[in-house]
Design a protein around this ligand. Structure first.
Ligand code: SF4
Ligand code: SF4
Length: 196
């Protein structure tokens, strides 16, 4: 009986090896499930190493379409770790109405992407969809201050967007703003004074 058991065990071992190899071989000629980061390339027409392989609701870098920001400050209040800085001030009336009243304007809207924990609490209450997560996540910089995204050009205040009930504000393609401000910046920019 010992001899019979011995050969039965050998048979079982061989069968389980063949079964295991059959599963392995069945994957050899299929499309890979994994993507070779950072060289991932699912659709060569859209990008190489770009954000096209991530889900639509991925919480990557934040961006703000300042043209549809109503300056309600809901995002600033919602952020638990204070990485959003917004300044709103009165600026002189426009040139075509010199006698008019001073105008309320956004003079600064910065987000510290190095500090952000990508929780999404700021984008939830935004009434216009101006602040949103993108699918960008690559922002390695030798100087961390370049990860502060500045959505208002210093010295060029922006008059807040007026929200109309039932109207969906028009915006630019998601990701295009943060691409310009952070993602496409050279990684080895020299240090600058940290935005206050
Ligand atoms: S995602 Fe979270 S941590 Fe980042 S700015 Fe928004 S609320 Fe703050
Ligand atoms: S981004 Fe949205 S929530 Fe933040 S101030 Fe502008 S409109 Fe308000």
């Amino acid at each position: 009986m010992v001899v019979v058991d011995y050969f039965r065990d050998i048979k079982r071992s061989l069968l389980s090896t063949v079964e295991g190899m059959a599963v392995t071989m069945s994957w050899v000629f299929r499309e890979p499930m994994t993507i070779q980061y950072p060289y991932r390339k699912r659709d060569p027409k859209t990008s190489v190493g770009g954000p096209d392989t991530l889900p639509e609701r991925y919480r990557g870098f934040l961006e703000v379409d300042i043209d549809i920001c109503s300056a309600c400050l809901a995002c600033l209040r919602a952020c638990p770790i204070e990485c959003i800085a917004i300044d709103v001030a009165k600026i002189p009336p426009p040139a075509d109405d010199p006698e008019g009243k001073p105008v309320r304007a956004i003079t600064r809207f910065d987000i510290d992407l190095a500090k952000c924990m990508y929780c999404g609490l700021c984008s939830e209450p935004c009434p216009t969809g101006a602040i949103r997560h993108t699918q960008h996540f690559e922002g390695a910089m030798t100087s961390i201050e370049h990860l502060v995204a500045r959505f208002v050009v210093p010295g060029k205040p922006v008059v807040p967007f007026k929200v109309t009930k039932g109207e969906t504000p028009q915006t630019v393609p998601k990701g295009s703003i943060i691409e310009r401000l952070v993602v496409k910046k050279p990684w080895d920019l020299p240090p600058i004074e940290f935005p206050k």
